[in-house]
Design a protein around this ligand. Structure first.
Ligand code: BV8
Ligand code: ZN
Length: 258
């Protein structure tokens, strides 16, 4: 039963949904939690033994390519076995109920694309993309090699995951897009993120500074909870379908930009 918006969205938020010209959504690991993908700060599997911030670095990969590669293989296998959840699927409908939608994700799990979102801006790359750590040659095909051990490129360098590690700069075009969208939008939703990783965590702050109404959707307050206009302490799989339901009443599928 699709969540009706009346009982969980505030009047203030409903007015902002009705008037929205450009909606910007930033997602984090919490949006994939209801699909069964462990977040960075929850228990679960290999992540219990290792701190992702230790493993998700170039230094860790160079020190032990097989360990880091196998961590990503384990994550890829886990992700392949799950499905997008109602939160991902609601977001995939947003382009048809809002005049303009910018979907920006910190997640590398491809679940927004699998849910049908037509345009996903990945600040931290994608776990199915790989390239040579030395000559940067992309690994061919849409999927990373399904191997336990790290492979080598023809140049002798190791094949690394096509994600952004801690200490690495974000893809310039994606970061520029995200900053422009945060500055232009009039409604910013920060969903399923603890707000601890920079520069993604600065986007909601930037949006608010430029006059957007910022709503956090997260059962727990994030590190930037004190900086948003409103918090919805619900799982994204409940709140996002309610936002979609509300938007449909104001803009009944009149924006064919899917
Ligand atoms: C850079 C890809 C600059 C890899 C990732 C000291 C202070 C401040 C900053 C720094 C510092 N030291 C270093 C930095 C910069 C650093 C950083 O921010 N570090 C943090 C840890 C302090 N940032 C970087 O290094 C970035 N690069 O700054 O470059 C630079 C400039 C010049 C030259 C060189 C460099 C690069 C950061 C990208 C790292 N890569 N991912 C991979 O996935 O393996 S980060 C990774 O962790 C994710 O992508 C995501 O960004 C982050 C996890 O955060 P969340 O997504 O928020 O997930 P989390 O588990 O934390 O929280 C989940 C939330 O969901 C919770 O709040 C929970 O309550 C909620 N939730 C749970 N269930 C639900 C839910 N919500 C809704 N519904 C539910 N059902
Ligand atoms: Zn190479």
């Amino acid at each position: 039963m699709e969540q009706k918006h009346g009982d969980i969205l505030s009047r203030q938020f409903l007015d902002r949904i009705a008037a929205a010209r450009h909606v910007c959504v930033l997602t984090g690991a919490g949006v994939s939690a209801e699909s069964g993908v462990p977040t960075f700060r929850s228990a679960g599997g290999l992540w219990e033994k290792y701190d992702p911030r230790e493993l998700a670095t170039e230094a860790a990969f160079r020190a032990d390519p097989d360990l880091v590669w196998s961590w990503y293989s384990w994550r890829r296998t886990l992700i392949a076995g799950v499905d997008p959840n109602p939160g991902h699927r609601a977001l995939a409908e947003f382009p048809s109920v809002f005049p303009r939608l910018s979907l920006i994700t910190q997640n590398v799990d491809n679940l927004h694309q699998r849910a049908g979102s037509p345009e996903v801006h990945e600040l931290h790359g994608n776990i199915e993309r790989s390239r040579c750590i030395e000559c940067r040659k992309p690994y061919p095909g849409d999927e990373a090699p399904r191997t336990e051990h790290a492979l080598r490129c023809g140049c002798g360098g190791y094949i690394r995951p096509g994600v952004v590690w801690f200490g690495e700069t974000l893809p310039e075009d994606e970061l520029r897009f995200a900053q422009a969208a945060a500055s232009d939008c009039d409604l910013f939703l920060t969903v399923g993120t603890s707000g601890q990783v920079y520069p993604a965590s600065d986007l909601p702050v930037q949006a608010r500074r430029r006059g957007a109404y910022v709503v956090e959707i997260n059962p727990e307050p994030s590190a930037i909870a004190h900086l948003v206009d409103e918090r919805i302490a619900l799982p994204s799989g409940v709140a996002l379908p309610a936002v979609l339901d509300a938007a449909r009443t104001f803009h009944p599928g009149i924006f064919g930009n899917t």
